[in-house]
Write a protein that binds this ligand. Structure first.
Ligand code: DX5
Ligand code: ZN
Length: 235
């Protein structure tokens, strides 16, 4: 099943609960939470306290994408805060098997993430123990970047490997997922689609899916031109 995971990186951090409630009403099934430490990536965002607050604001699963060095040190805090899915970067883990074991030991879904320059083949031995693989289709750190086209080959390669090995992990893609790219991404085999700016971005903010309370937005099928939103009208 193809699912949309709005990335709150592009939401309004001063009204996160409202924005998350709005995407939930708009049909989102999982909330993607981008955690950045200013070391692994050149940006800083949020950590376990915000996840703890989000946990009270929504029943949707929280997918915590850890773009941080030494993730093992923080996995327990994310578990305690209420994270449901946790993914760690191949490039940030000295002992990836141990990191994945740690996530699973706290009953969370475990994912591994690869940057655009990291080969899919490097994951072969670890694939049997992951619930999902996240293919970065931009270099991590910022929303609103251009989709890197060769990510499609990586998604196809992963889907082939999954079939060849008889595994059931899911394929997630993150970065540049938008109206122009989404069809090709799904055709390549991804089913968990992270989208930040396409859902919340400036100038494209849909009152129904991203703002929630705008009176102009009526639930009328088929008339909304915003990405992913087929339920509202912006008249
Ligand atoms: C980037 C983050 C993404 C980001 C995607 O490092 O991991 O989740 O929010 O943003 P868009 O959808 O704008 O490319
Ligand atoms: Zn992300």
């Amino acid at each position: 099943m193809v699912e949309l995971l709005p990335s709150i990186l592009s939401a309004d951090f001063a009204r996160l609960a409202e924005d998350v409630a709005a995407v939930e009403r708009g049909g989102a099934t999982v909330v993607h939470v981008d955690v950045m430490d200013g070391h692994f990536v050149p940006n800083i965002t949020i950590g376990p306290p915000v996840v703890k607050s989000l946990r009270k604001a929504t029943k949707l699963p929280l997918d915590c994408h850890l773009m941080i060095e030494n993730p093992d040190q923080y996995v327990p805090a994310f578990a305690d805060a209420g994270a449901d899915w946790v993914s760690v970067h191949y490039e940030a883990c000295r002992h990836l098997h141990r990191s994945l074991e740690l996530i699973k030991s706290r009953s969370m879904k475990a994912g591994v993430v690869i940057n655009p320059a990291t080969r899919v083949d490097l994951l072969t031995d670890i694939l049997p123990m992951v619930d999902f693989v996240l293919v970065m289709s931009v270099n991590p750190g910022f929303g609103g970047q251009k989709f890197i086209e060769f990510s499609l080959d990586k998604i196809r390669h992963l889907a082939e490997l999954r079939q060849k090995l008889g595994l059931a992990f899911r394929i997630e893609v993150d970065g540049g997922v938008a109206h122009e790219t989404v069809a090709r991404i799904v055709q390549a085999g991804a089913e968990l689609l992270v989208a930040g700016s396409a859902v919340f971005g400036a100038g494209r903010r849909c009152p129904r899916i991203a703002g929630g309370s705008a009176p102009r937005c009526q639930p009328r099928s088929g008339s909304c031109k915003q990405d992913f939103c087929k339920q509202g009208s912006l008249e």
